[in-house]
Design a protein around this ligand. Structure first.
Ligand SMILES: Nc1nc2c(ncn2[C@@H]2O[C@H](COP(=O)(O)OP(=O)(O)OP(=O)(O)O)[C@@H](O)[C@H]2O)c(=O)[nH]1
Ligand SMILES: [Mg+2]
Length: 334
């Protein structure tokens, strides 16, 4: 079969022969694949497993252009090494920190920007936005105009960071087109590059997000997934802790404060998650993999896909968590 039609929602090549294959549609006259049609109309989602190798090839080809790149990252789930992308894409790049709306309003964006301003491979600009709440989108467009080298501007980043949501917002705000990219709360929504003309001078190119095998979303069911994805401003939960005390998050995570001065643990995670103290005599969740962290003063413990725990004093923490989920320490973000 030889056709050159691509799904307008996710970029996959359309085909009408293999119902179970990617890009299937009942008729090649349709503009969306069946998967996008279902996500858009029924909120139904079909998991797609793609290899990152294919996506890496796409990113490498972006790196061979001279075009401006927007690197979108999710503020609640920042990559451990946010500059890693610069190894593949040396282009002019704006770091766009998205989902500001889920952080407490009291968090100052200047502080977040400061945090990332002393990197080894610095970004040309750092901007905090909320694609959903339309926050700082005008400012972002101004910066795009300032930094763009050609009409083409690539939008890259990990899966679920909100790339397609941002492009749709720019489309709604600044063009008359009624096109809409497919967005969804689950990973791997966009499957190929998709070109979107915003105006005569600006074409945004959506790309599939890299899938991070250390992200907890890969290892939980749909109900748990709904709980861990915050839709509203997070109300952080603070616990004053002494050594020997334990806190658990649903049946996902156990945090034991093993050794150290009096401390304070603040959980920046979805409000829908039940976070509570338990008696350290209980062995709840101790069957999960244990990892030990020596925390310094004012450090966060980040759990990939779940959020982070802000701590203030020195001490030793044992985390119990699925062995496949990655974790890291950093200085307090907020
Ligand atoms: N709270 C909040 N959620 C957002 C924001 N932007 C995007 N999201 C949500 O994040 C999820 C992922 O959004 P997408 O636009 O599909 O993400 P993507 O980066 O295109 O993902 P892939 O196509 O898989 O690479 C959706 O549930 C969006 O509603 C934001 O500013 N705030
Ligand atoms: Mg997308």
């Amino acid at each position: 079969m030889n056709n050159e039609k691509y799904c307008l929602g996710c970029g996959i090549k359309l085909q009408d022969e293999n119902v179970l294959g990617e890009g299937y549609t009942t008729s090649l006259d349709n503009s969306l694949c069946q998967r996008c049609f279902r996500i858009k109309n029924y909120g139904e989602y079909q998991i797609v497993t793609k290899s990152n190798d294919e996506y890496l090839e796409i990113l490498k080809s972006v790196g061979e252009t001279k075009d401006l790149v927007l690197y979108i990252a999710d503020l609640l789930n920042l990559e451990e090494d946010i500059t890693k992308i610069r190894e593949i894409i040396p282009n002019k790049m704006i770091l766009v920190l998205n989902k500001k709306d889920v952080l407490p309003k009291s968090v100052k964006e200047e502080k977040i920007i400061d945090y990332f301003s002393n990197l080894d491979k610095p970004f040309d600009k750092i901007i905090v936005i909320s694609a959903v709440k339309n926050y700082n989108i005008d400012y972002l467009l101004k910066q795009i105009k300032l930094y763009q080298t050609t009409n083409n501007v690539y939008v890259v980043g990990h899966t679920n960071a909100g790339k397609s949501t941002l492009i749709n917002k720019l489309l709604r705000n600044y063009s008359t087109s009624d096109r809409e990219l497919t967005m969804s709360p689950l990973p791997s929504t966009t499957l190929n590059t998709v070109k979107i003309d915003i105006n005569e001078y600006l074409t945004l190119i959506d790309t599939p997000g890299l899938v991070d095998s250390g992200n907890i979303v890969n290892y939980i069911n749909e109900d748990e997934f709904k709980k861990i994805s915050p839709r509203k401003e997070i109300k952080p939960k603070t616990f004053q802790v002494k050594k020997g005390q334990s806190i658990i998050v649903e049946d996902i995570l156990r945090v034991d404060y093993v050794e150290g001065e009096k401390n304070s643990f603040t959980f920046y995670m979805s409000n829908d998650l039940k976070i509570r103290r338990i008696s350290n005599k209980h062995d709840d969740l101790k069957d999960l993999q244990k990892r030990t962290f020596e925390m310094g003063y004012n450090e966060d413990l980040c759990i990939n896909g779940l959020g982070f725990i802000k701590t203030v004093n020195k001490g030793t923490i044992d985390l119990y968590l699925d062995s496949k989920v990655s974790t890291y320490k950093r200085n307090n973000l907020i």
